[in-house]
Design a binder for this molecule. Sequence first.
Ligand code: ATP
Length: 749
Amino acid sequence: MYLKHLSINGFKSFAKKGELEFSSAITSIVGPNGSGKSNVAESFRFVLGEQAPSRMRGKKGEDLIWGGSDALARGNRASVAVTLDNETRVFPIDFDEIVLERVVHRDGANEYLINGSQVRLKDVQELLAAANIGPSGHHIISQGEADRILSATPKERREMIEDALGLKVYQFKKTEASRKLDKTRENIDKVESLRREVAPHLRFLEKQMKKIERAVELREQLRQLYAEYLKREDTYLAFHQDRLERERNSLKKELEEKEQALANAKAVLAKEGSGENRAELIEAENTLTEARRTKQDIVREVATLEGQLSFLERRIKTARERNNVDDKLQISYVELDKVVTSLEWEVEKATKSDDVSILRRTLKDVVHTLRQFLSRTIEQGGRSSTAEEEREYEDLTNKKTELDRRLMAATKDEAAAEEHHRDIRVKIENNESEGRAAEREVFRLGAEKRECENVFSRLEYEYNAIMRDRDEFKRELQEAVILIGRGAADYFKLEIAGEIVSEDRTRQIERRRELEKLKIRLEEQGGGGEEIEKEYKGVKERDDFLVREVADLRLSVEKLEQLIAELNTELDGRFSAGIDKISLEFNRFFTLMFGGGGAELNKVKVVKRRRTAISDDDELLDDTAESEEKAEEGIEIGVKLPNKRVKGLEMLSGGERALTSIALIFAMSQVNPPLFVILDETDAALDEANSRRYGDMIEALSKRSQLILITHNRETMSRAGILYGVTMGGDGVSKLLSVRLDQALAVAK
Ligand code: ATP
């Protein structure tokens, strides 16, 4: 026996402390109407944690406290304590005895105590749930409540039976899992919407990253090509520079020797006697040498200028290619018209003049004006550096024209000097046919020296070209370092198979072109690498995190769905088994009570039509159109009375109804026996014969659960081991007293 003791103090009509011992399997509480018996049943509900005041016939917590009477002032608190045996550890705490106490104060505050220690309501509920004592109190049947199981809907009935079978815990778990499932799905939606938000930005960054990767690839290609190009160029230039320097030095020496020999020969000739012709010859010789030197100087100048020009030309070409100035630059029509008009006017003015110098200057002016117009336009397009280079290029071109003119003049002078020299030589040869050794020597040496000079000037030209290329090479190396970093200068480490110097030069030019193309492509990929990379990494990491999050959440959904499915299977299995057992017991009790007939419980699917009406007008529409069907499992009761044709609950008399409900309640208690059952006047409607049967069943029931029976029925009283009488005096205060059966029968009357 688990229920040991109950103490009521200040609860409802129990203004003063009342105590009940439950040392018997059946305890009966008797007393006249309104004495406070039902208050005892409710005190059980109260101490077990009931939260709805209506289940204790109150509106609020305050209604549970002694309200006062003429004789006794109202109380400030109500307390109920129940003592439970725990020697078998049916409750999961390490005490042989448990005292549960609940106190309610006038302000509505509640206190809960387990063995004198304050605890939370949840602790009490958990403790009781372990012994299948739920706050719904299916084991406490209040007055008139027995009928509830008959009048309930199939679905409500199912819930009551689930409760009695101790399946509520599965329902709780199911509800909890469903709640988590909804929450998890909500979270998936949230995370996915977050992902959708960042997706466009991520795509943009991915594109940028591709560009950066492409740039890295291009830079690598550029590095390789640069290494080969620079290595070849350096080797080629070094080789030729070396060769030319050597050749130049030896030729210089030869030339000096020739000059010395010629000077000696001239001195001999001068000494050997003189003639007009000889003096003339030496004079011509000198003039020719002078003319040659002048021409050579100009040739050198031209070579330098050409170098500068080709350098500038290349730069301008590259700049134009890169910026596509020619293709994309917009020229304003109005601006162009202004320029053309001003040129027309100037040209017209010039054509009226006969002066060649004026014409020439005008032509130059025209070119200059056009160039300036172009530069201005380019400058407006942000290309000022090209414009400046183009101006410089133009200046140099002008200078070169001037030099070309001077070169032409010098060539003419040289030709004239040569002719004069030849004339004199012919004259001397004619006059002095025998000739003299000294004269011949001067001729020979002069010719040889001129030959030497020609070769030297060619070498000089070649050398200058190589030196120019060397300068260009240095510039290219600088550019390479800027573009691909200091590693560019390591080109010399590269091993190249085959002869470098003898390679066709056009291959190297091709390589240079290829380099230019690569540079342009690299520029097109754009910059901002590190920033973008950092941002991409951040955004990608966050997205990856969200992807993992969604995966985790989906896994949770799967697990929860599985859990719910498992709970459903478990619940259905236990429920079906429980129902079968209850149905059998129900039939047994029923036939026992009615002396025949039969009763059963049936599982039914109740199809519920739920209208999804949007407005009241919709009510008039065909209800198949917009209705939603939902099947709910419920329990239906089938009864058949002995010797009667009628079937169904509706046909039962009040007494028959009471018997049926008792049979069902007892059946439920048999399958999953609660520790104790409190029945408040469940037997009120029974006649004598049925009261006896009721008494028999109670005795059977008391084998498995402790019973507390509130009753006016003498038969019931006679089955109890202990009897308590409840009395109420003029002061409105309920009092408890232990009574004997004869006393009880007297009280009950
Ligand atoms: P019956 O046999 O007719 O069912 P009963 O013995 O079960 O009667 P109860 O319903 O338990 O009687 O008691 C009702 C009595 O308790 C009423 O007289 C009511 O005034 C009294 N009562 C209920 N709440 C309070 C309260 N807060 N303070 C004082 N008296 C109360």
